[in-house]
Ligand binder design. Sequence first.
Ligand code: F6P
Length: 328
Amino acid sequence: MKNQFKKIALLTSGGDAPGMNAVIRSVVRTSVFHKIVPVGVSKGYDGLISGKMVEMNARSVKGIINKGGTILKTARSKDFRSKEGRKKAFETLKNNNIDGLIVIGGDGTFTGGLVFSKEFDFPVIGIPATIDNDIFGTSHTIGFDSATNTVMEAIDKIRDTASSHNRLFFIEVMGRDAGHIALNTGVAAGAEEILIPEEDLGLDRLIQSLKRSQKTGKSSSIVVVAEGDKTGDNVFQLKDYIEKHLPEYDARVAVLGHMQRGGSPTCFDRVLASRLGVKSVESLIEGNNCSMVGLQNNKVTLTPFQKAIKGITKINTELLKVSDIMSI
Ligand code: F6P
């Protein structure tokens, strides 16, 4: 593999996800392996604009594969949305003799990378890391597996108290636009109902389902609600509605929130992060640009940013069916 790159920058952007540190480690060590100097940019695109970056080496990433969060810090940069901000970022890269950029994050991160690359003819490769798993061109984003395991454990614990008190729990999980976390954890933790933005069950169906649960002798119930679900205005309004129409239910709400993004990455996420990190650097060396590395049919692949951003990740309808059958 002939390598024309001397120095590349890497950054994490958007919401943090477990496994971001494992992927930083992989990008840094693969760069060093190919005699490229890796430069870690602090706080996503904001760090590119302000010039906050540091040269790294194989030892700078020791002891981080098991750590949650991101040692590079992250941000959703407002300034990078303006041409002026992106120009400053380009100047930082040029002044530091950096000839390639690896961006780790979700679709907002790739949209920024795409615009930047086209504007300044600068090579950019993306790595999908978000707990939401809502990126087209990869079966798994880094962080999804860890977050779903964290959520599943939290629901298991809530189940203990729900069954002790014969209660109905509405558990809100993350996923502003996507229901992958809700669907997978709902099945894994045996939820009676799963409410996701991709499918509008409606309040009537929820009422019918809860009535059926009572009739079949269930003493407690769990409804997993994705943050972006539109069945109610929000999870608290859903609870009030059900209590009004089914007063026999003693209902509670648990919003899991940002704890879902924290913690040590699972084995799956560490391996995925290591594989995608290697592929990202080697893709740059091979002359690719404006593309995202991903996992498809257990093979590492490349997908153009345009497709990764615009493509829709479909919900697994088989899982919906499985959930319906399991919750009789
Ligand atoms: O994009 C990941 C995500 O965790 C979403 O599921 C959630 O809606 C959002 O980030 C929360 O973002 P913030 O950390 O800005 O509150």
